[in-house]
Design a protein around this ligand. Structure first.
Ligand code: ATP
Ligand code: MG
Length: 384
């Protein structure tokens, strides 16, 4: 079976590594160069999307910011899974909000801003503080603002206006203003749906962010009621989209209530732990769904965690002395803050997992993993 992945980053790479034993061949379409590349070496195999489509039995995507013409061309071949609508929704927060409302799932109140009038209207309609997010992909690290009080509004507007004016000329930019949610923690649900409508979800994963980027995910046995609530949301969204493949949903948890933050129509960083913590990892399950193979188990085999390696191209080899630890590099060149690789670690019990996480935190350089130790230590305390 041959599969073309739109996007040639680490997610395509991990898909390729995961499904080699199933005799599924992955090639990746680098949307930047327009070449079809080997997902491991990223060296060009041949040029052009058309030839890539010809090669493929199925086509899928590793990210959502793909131009609509490329998606339309792939969809016309009848091989694209998930469908282009699902991918587009993941890349536009306005469509995403419409979907959440359509599915009747709880999410933060919002208003769409395209003009100064919209901005003022949003300030009247929503209660502060607000978070304002670019509807489409941000650029140059721009595209998110936080508004604590009304006095700040005058300061922020020129910035948003400049953002609108600075974007690509033929794209109409917009911002989604959302009420800040006073969450207790952030969790995500990674699940999979096949073409027959069967769904399976992994256990909810707790996510810790450092400077707005995911740094640690922990997957353990979760409260059944909370898991059922998340599964219900997953099913309604995945069914509404007639989705095929892995879909991730990020939530805010407040008490026992889950509010959807955003969806990702793809395998997700918070699901990397499944490589060691589940029988079938998210990458394999994604391709199983795409290629019409039976879905694999999404049960937690053992408590597991993932630590992102951000902006570093080496870590001390001693981490591999910590039991049940694996290291996954993405083969990318070093850049500040860039996702370069990740570390997975598991334990037979949560206590054992916490202990091993602490062993890793002791070895990893504090400068690059500054929030790891405090986070793990709080986690240990919670278990005592
Ligand atoms: P990523 O693609 O890395 O998941 P993103 O840039 O698409 O992130 P969000 O996930 O929407 O953006 O927001 C990033 C983080 O900002 C969230 O994980 C959360 O910590 C915080 N955040 C976003 N929206 C809200 C909100 N309404 N209330 C409180 N915190 C929020
Ligand atoms: Mg997010």
């Amino acid at each position: 079976m041959n599969v073309l992945v739109l996007g040639a980053g680490q997610l395509a790479r991990m898909m390729a590594l995961a499904v080699k034993p199933l005799n599924i061949n992955i090639r990746a379409f680098d949307v930047g160069s327009g070449n079809v590349v080997d997902p491991l070496s990223t060296s060009t195999i041949f040029g052009g999307l058309e030839k890539g489509i010809e090669f493929a039995d199925f086509i899928t995507a590793e990210f959502e910011h793909i131009d609509h013409q490329t998606l339309a061309t792939c969809e016309a071949s009848g091989k694209l899974r998930p469908n282009s609508q699902a991918i587009k929704i993941g890349g536009d927060r306005r469509l995403e909000k419409d979907l959440l409302i359509e599915c009747n799932v709880a999410n933060a109140k919002h208003q769409i801003i395209e003009t100064k009038e919209d901005f003022e209207h949003a300030l009247n309609k929503l209660s502060l503080p607000l978070i304002l997010k670019s509807a489409l992909a941000g650029y140059d690290g721009k595209g998110q603002w936080r508004l604590r009080d009304a006095a700040q509004a005058e300061e922020i507007w020129p910035d948003i206006k400049a953002f609108f004016d600075g974007g690509e000329k033929n794209v109409k930019h917009a911002v989604v203003a959302e009420q800040m949610v006073p969450f207790d923690r952030e969790v995500s649900l990674v699940g999979v749906r096949d073409s027959q409508g069967n769904t399976k979800v992994y256990p909810l994963t707790e996510n810790h962010h450092t400077n707005g980027v995911l740094s640690v995910s922990i997957a353990t046995q979760v409260d059944e009621r909370l898991q059922a609530q998340a599964k219900e949301v997953f099913d309604s969204i995945a069914n509404e989209l007639n989705y095929i493949g892995v879909l991730a949903i990020e939530f805010f948890q407040i008490g026992e209530q889950l509010l959807v933050n955003e969806i990702a129509p793809r395998v997700h960083n918070s699901g990397h732990w499944t490589q060691q913590g589940a029988d079938t990892c998210q990458f394999e399950n994604h391709l199983r769904a795409v290629c019409d193979l039976p879905l694999g188990s999404t049960e937690l085999v053992r408590p597991s965690a993932m630590i992102n390696i951000l902006g570093e191209d080496t870590v001390p080899n001693e981490i591999l002395n910590v039991a049940s630890t694996t290291l996954h590099w993405y083969g990318k060149s070093k850049r500040t803050g860039r996702k370069m690789g990740h570390i997975n670690v598991s334990g037979q019990s949560e206590k054992e997992l916490a202990l091993r996480l602490m062993q890793l935190a002791d070895i990893l350089p504090e400068a690059a993993f500054d929030e790891l130790k405090p986070y793990v230590s709080a986690y240990q305390t919670k278990l005592d």
